[in-house]
Ligand binder design. Structure first.
Ligand code: NAP
Length: 484
């Protein structure tokens, strides 16, 4: 397979918060990989902007160090890195003050694609948007990229949308959910809408249930104070898991266009039913041999915030009526693994004498690690001895299927940034989608707060609280094993 890199137009990308953790860990190493692949046209520039008192040379050194620390194989390419950092500039700027803005206005060109990445706290979005306009830097073609969290409830998300809308049209706003930039997530759409095989079966006639698991091994240490105000529901479910659920459940859009896809996702969110309290399990990790408890990490001995959540959701439409969607995410779990699993129904009748096993096809889509898919199918056990059946996976790990080209697959951030430069909003959340997601989430959070719900303790390194397993067992089902 020959990898194809489609160049984008020449651009000026300003990264507000260009000295921050996200910029150094993800955005700039990702841009270096795009630079090396030849996707960044000559003359394009990346301009870091933050309050730190740095000059151009100081910023270039900071980013060279960041690539050395956080980059992959590409960091060995020192000649390439030298060329890449030549594209970097820096402006010391205060989002809340006037210093630096005139210089930024001087540097940013009007005749190339302009993108402004708001890699700063959301409380600064309004200041940045306003100053980009009062200083005559942004125009109707400029694009802005905003990070999660997009609000902490419907009211704050609405306020943020209104703030951005004061200066930018919806077609200029790119709300990042990096899960949508993952190769497998896009493959989910390719599998559904590019094959005759799956779409006819993708409904309540053939699907028994669907599971989405996003398990992390890390705790909240280091950002415990932030996380404690958020919890797994706000940090993971309202955005990442909800986006995955939408892509699995949505109707086929009329074409793979930004609004067509987002219209269909929005319909799914609107069809999500309120979740009964007994279909929600919240958990907190306990202290274990490898680390402190959640409460110690969060430095809040009375915290009721969940570091784990499992829930059973229902989508009220013709396609999915009666098919449960089980969502589960947590920290300090037994393995780092994200997976979507579509479990098809039992055959109902076996023609093979003595075969009493419950054979069902299972499609699993792995987001990490080892991005790929496998489809469990039933075949005859090889050899003599009659018709004994076994279930085997048809494995398609992308790294195996694509060979050396797999290394060329851009990671989520780099792909999404290139989509911003191309002006393609398909893989970004629209304002109404985010608000609809909060509209569904808010009553659930308000409900457990009103009930003074206490999260169940679970052992670090486990699959979460027993109650989450029991929730599945009551339905005669089992969670997929969490495997690295
Ligand atoms: P961070 O490490 O705290 O960086 C914040 C950046 O904002 C720094 O570059 C800081 O630089 C700059 N800044 C702060 N106040 C400023 C002001 N008044 N004017 C101009 N610049 C200012 O945060 P981060 O982890 O990079 O996160 C950035 C955003 O991405 C946040 O919204 C976060 O929620 C989101 N996010 C982060 C991650 C992640 O993995 N880190 C993941 C998902 C989402 P100076 O101090 O030099 O001004």
């Amino acid at each position: 397979m020959v990898s194809r890199v489609i160049p984008v137009e020449t651009f000026d990308l300003v990264i507000f918060g260009g000295t921050g953790d996200l910029a150094r860990r993800k955005i700039l190493p990702g841009l270096f990989r795009r630079f090396r692949s030849g996707q960044m046209p000559e003359g394009s520039r990346i301009i870091g902007a933050a309050r730190s008192d740095l000059d151009q040379a100081g910023y270039r050194q900071m980013i060279a160090d960041a690539v050395a620390e956080f980059g992959g194989e590409e960091k060995k390419d020192s000649k390439g890195l030298d060329a890449f950092i030549e594209t970097l500039d820096y402006v010391a700027i205060d989002a809340k003050g006037d210093g630096g803005w005139a210089k930024l206005a001087e540097i940013v060109r009007k005749d190339v694609v302009q993108a402004f990445y708001f890699s700063v706290a959301p409380s600064l979005f309004g200041d940045l948007a306003e100053r980009l306009h009062t200083n005559n830097i942004a125009n109707e073609q400029s694009r802005i990229v905003v990070e999660k969290p997009f609000g902490r409830d419907l009211e704050t998300a609405r306020a943020l949308n209104e703030t951005l809308a004061t200066h930018f049209d919806e077609s200029q706003i790119y709300r990042i959910d990096h899960y949508l930039g993952k190769e497998t997530v896009q493959n989910l759409m390719a599998v559904r809408f590019g094959n005759m095989l799956f779409e006819p079966l993708w409904n309540n006639h053939y699907v028994d249930h669907i599971q989405v698991t996003v398990a992390e091994t890390v705790g909240v240490g280091g950002r415990g104070a932030y996380y404690d105000k958020s919890g797994a529901m706000r940090d993971m479910v309202q955005n990442h898991l909800m986006q995955l659920l939408c892509l699995i459940a949505m109707e086929p859009p009329s074409q793979f266009g930004a609004d067509e896809v987002r219209d269909e996702k929005l319909k799914v969110i609107r069809a999500l039913q309120p979740v009964e309290p007994h279909h929600i399990v919240r958990g907190q990790y306990d202290a274990g041999p490898n680390g402190p408890s959640y409460r110690e990490d969060a430095e809040n001995a009375r915290s009721f915030t969940e570091s784990f959540i499992a829930m059973k959701c229902e989508i009220a439409n013709w396609r999915w009526a009666g098919v449960p969607f089980y969502l589960r995410t947590g920290k300090r779990m037994k393995a780092r693994s994200s997976e979507i699993t579509v479990v098809f129904k039992d055959l109902g009748h076996s023609i093979f004498e003595g075969d009493e096993a419950r054979h069902r096809n299972i499609l699993s889509i792995r987001l990490q690690p080892n991005e790929g898919m496998d489809l469990q199918v039933t075949i005859k056990e090889p050899g003599p001895g009659g018709m004994r059946l076994i279930d085997v996976p048809l494995d398609m790990t992308f790294a195996d299927a694509l060979g050396p080209d797999a290394e060329e697959v851009p990671d989520a951030y780099e792909r999404l940034i290139m989509d911003v430069i191309r002006g393609n909003q398909t893989l970004f959340m629209r304002g109404d989608e985010v608000e609809a997601a909060w509209r569904w989430t808010d009553p659930l959070i308000n409900g457990w707060e009103a009930r003074n719900d206490v999260p169940k303790l679970y052992d670090a390194g486990s699959a979460g609280p027993e109650d989450a397993l029991a929730m599945m067992h009551r339905d005669g089902r089992r969670w997929r094993e969490i495997k690295a």
